[in-house]
Design a protein around this ligand. Structure first.
Ligand code: ADP
Length: 402
């Protein structure tokens, strides 16, 4: 069964065509700057990638281009759209309504729209992707996979904020988390890699990419996560500040004469590794600068690793122990120096990184010493596959023509 996975952003449309049974990626690509004069379409896998500057006034036009690329010319991956059995959409905010992926119908669309209040750019973009697919492929079964649904198991003591309770009642202000599809995937894969049932394990999963989040997964159930009402909370990230003293917000607004939009921009786009180093949000550049003696780059490095280390401590306390710590995404999968710094000094907690294994590259792997009581595992994430798999399962259960 072939599933087209769609990840629509406000001005982008990412896609992958996946054969769920074989896990093969048949095609993938991205349309960027949709709606602007500089729109372009990248299609292909690795060295076979082709890039076209093409006008795309909206997501519907982008979708039409994607389908044309999938079925014609040098980029062709399938003979006709009949070979796409279903479509899986990534949706950022599922709010209280969705604790799992669902088949998309009018009611689901209305709820995603209602939840746009909590994630305005993201949910509206997902709706544009859904609408474009409806127009281009009417009647094709579609599934919504939410970034938040994995965290609906978090108990109230962890998802509530100590603000006046009425704010929760009036505006649904609470922790929802994000990156849930990635945390779900790496926790399942880590258990399989360790050859233990997920239900027997206490895991701390760390998604360290441009965006960063960390979760406590107790016997297969998410009990806490670092992102909050929005993906700004928690760990220090590439350009996002993560958790800071909330009083800083009105303080800098007053001192720097900033509007709410400007302070939002400052905390989301100008902070984190970029804000502290003044060099880049890309850890590779920050690493290079720190190795050349740049003190602020070194500080950024130290702060980032310290922020992850503190959450690991918190979640060990929350779960009363941990069996394995799982790392994924750009930094978690690739940066041996950051991994070394995160785990430095955690030996008294039974967490020992093997410095030689840590240098090795590869797919799923363990980087803790043989005598470490807590295992440290690196698992490359694969959110697209998860979306394809959920779509396959729901469509199959529903018996929609398969
Ligand atoms: P996103 O959250 O956008 O999906 P990724 O998971 O691709 O991001 O992670 C991107 C980040 O991973 C980059 O900003 C970069 O800092 C980091 N990264 C990737 N490879 C390396 C590497 N070899 N060493 C250090 N950092 C790396």
């Amino acid at each position: 069964m072939n599933v087209l996975v769609i990840n629509a952003g406000s001005s982008s449309l990412k896609y992958q065509l996946i054969n769920v049974e074989t896990q093969d990626v048949l095609a993938k690509g991205i349309c960027e700057r949709v709606g602007s004069h500089e729109a372009f379409h990248k299609h292909g896998i690795d060295e076979n990638e082709v890039v076209h500057d093409t006008p795309m006034p909206d997501h519907n036009a982008a979708m039409a281009l994607v389908l044309e690329a999938l079925t014609t010319g040098s980029t062709k991956a399938i003979d006709s759209l009949d070979e796409i059995d279903a479509i899986g959409h990534r949706v950022v905010q599922g709010g209280k309504y969705f604790d799992r992926s669902v088949l998309i119908d009018d009611d689901v669309i209305a709820k995603i729209d209602e939840l746009a209040e909590l994630a305005p750019l993201h949910n509206k973009a997902a709706l544009m992707g859904i609408e474009a697919c409806k127009q281009q492929m009417p009647g094709k079964p579609m599934v919504a996979v939410f970034d938040t649904s994995f965290f609906q198991s978090i108990p109230p003591k962890a998802y509530m904020y100590p603000l006046p309770y009425e704010l929760y009642e009036k505006h649904a202000i609470r922790k929802y988390g994000a990156h849930g599809t990635s945390h779900r995937y790496i926790s399942e894969r880590a258990a399989a890699f360790m050859d233990e049932p997920l239900e027997d394990l206490k895991l701390i999963t760390c998604h360290l990419g441009n965006g960063c989040s960390i979760s406590a997964i107790d016997h297969g159930v998410a009990v806490d996560t670092s992102m909050g009402l929005t993906p700004l909370d928690g760990l220090m990230m590439g350009t996002r500040c993560g958790a800071v003293d909330p009083a800083i917000v009105p303080f800098i607004m007053e001192k720097e004469n900033l509007t709410t939009a400007e302070v939002n921009d400052l905390m989301n786009k100008k902070s984190g590794l970029l804000g502290i180093s003044g060099i880049s949000n890309d850890l590779r550049s920050v690493r290079q600068a720190s190795e050349e003696g740049d003190e602020r780059a070194q500080l950024a490095y130290d702060m980032y690793s310290n922020s992850v280390k503190k959450y690991i401590g918190q979640y060990i306390a929350v779960m009363g122990g941990v069996d394995a710590i799982v790392l994924t995404a750009g930094v978690g999968e690739n940066c041996d120096k950051m991994r070394r710094m995160i785990f430095a000094g955690l030996q008294p907690l039974g967490i020992k990184i093997d410095l030689e294994k840590n240098k090795l590259r590869g797919h799923e792997r363990e980087i803790s010493t043989d005598d470490s009581t807590v295992r440290i595992v690196v698992i490359p994430t694969n959110e697209e596959y998860m979306i394809a798999r959920d779509t396959y399962q729901l469509v199959k259960e529903d018996g929609m023509g398969l």
